[in-house]
Design a protein around this ligand. Structure first.
Ligand code: TRP
Ligand code: SF4
Length: 333
């Protein structure tokens, strides 16, 4: 029996290189080895975008196309839409009895996000909604609805997994052993830095390179990247370790990394030429992804079909699981 793997993405924007190297590249290998459920987490996206339903709606399809374009195979991966699986909402209600409000408020991921969303939740989180505070519970439902054993996530998600395991243990101790404790799968790169030198690439940070960026956009973004500030003239020797251009050569131009490094250190490489080389490599890297995406853009019915089929498989699995849960909780009337 193949192990079950489940992960989710919030449909709030297109995928960028941070998603790709931090998580999605890993999915490509895992799709061959596991029973893979990939959730487009529209309900979770609404917890902090409840006032912007159009954005979530539009991005369900956008993010699905992005994921398909990197080479995920719909025959191997069940793409499904969270809101189409009402069992997740049911489990969320059942699990909410097993979690204290204080524990949710202490969850580091939730705390961080509240602090970043002052406009929505107030300067000190005083306007936090019940729904947002409770999204770790709903994420535990996402995972356990499919009997998820492995969960590929970024390191920012670890507190959510920890909380999921706590819920599982509590459930099993009260109602009998029904649920599995999921394990995280971290990628080698858990966080991709921004071209601006920020520790993290992110949509809200405005420093992301998207898989759908066109060549001109890539050129502008790379030309503006942060390099070694001590290098003034073209032939000054410099330190690649503090240069974001070098950091990105390491992602998309591995085959020439040694020469980029030594030439930079010797002062035989100018930053403009170095950036131009990176632009070319970045475009080469993105080209097949964009070509594949175009096939799906020209064939939107195919994307609908993929979501429909994946959702049907997910529905069947969630149904099995909720029956077990309800039986254990003695509400299987
Ligand atoms: N919280 C995740 C994120 O923001 C998305 C997500 C939703 C998820 N449901 C999940 C991740 C289940 C792993 C498992 O990226
Ligand atoms: Fe960075 Fe390249 Fe300039 Fe060195 S030569 S500082 S690696 S951009």
């Amino acid at each position: 029996m193949k192990k079950t793997i489940l992960t989710g993405l919030r449909p709030t924007g297109n995928l960028h290189l941070g998603h790709y190297f931090g998580a999605c590249q890993n999915y490509l290998k895992m799709q061959n080895e596991y029973d893979f459920y990939l959730e487009i987490a529209d309900v979770q996206a609404l917890t902090d975008n409840f006032n912007n339903p159009e954005k979530v709606r539009k991005n369900v399809k956008e993010i699905t196309m992005d994921l398909l374009s990197i080479g995920l195979d719909p025959k191997k991966v069940n793409f499904f839409i969270q809101s189409k699986i009402p069992e997740i909402a049911e489990l969320t209600v059942f699990y909410s009895n097993l979690v204290t409000v204080a524990r949710l408020q202490r969850n580091p991921t939730v705390k961080n996000e509240i602090a970043q969303k002052k406009e929505l939740f107030g300067n000190n989180g005083e306007s936090i909604t019940y729904g947002f505070l409770g999204y770790p519970v709903s994420q535990a439902a996402d995972i356990t609805a499919f009997d998820g054993e492995l969960v590929p996530v970024g390191d920012d998600q670890l507190p959510l997994l920890e909380q999921c395991r706590e819920i599982v243990r509590k459930f099993n101790s009260i109602y009998g052993t029904v649920l599995k404790e999921p394990e995280q799968v971290l990628s080698n790169i858990t966080r991709v830095k921004g071209l601006d030198g920020n520790e993290k690439m992110g949509k809200s940070l405005g420093n992301a390179i998207y898989l759908i960026d066109d060549e001109e956009t890539i050129r502008k973004k790379v030309m503006g990247a942060v390099t070694d500030p001590n290098k003034i003239k073209k032939d000054d020797p410099a330190n690649p370790d503090i240069c974001m251009v070098y950091y990105y050569h390491n992602l998309v131009n591995k085959e020439n990394l040694n020469s980029v490094c030594s030439e930079c250190k010797m002062g035989t490489r100018g930053c403009v030429a170095c950036k131009k080389e990176l632009i070319n490599k970045m475009n080469e890297f993105l080209k097949p992804i964009k070509e594949k995406r175009k096939e799906y853009e020209e064939n939107p019915d195919l994307v609908d079909e993929i979501l429909k089929n994946g959702t049907a498989k997910a529905q069947a699995k969630a149904k099995e699981q909720i029956n077990k849960v309800k039986h254990a909780m003695k509400i299987d009337y």
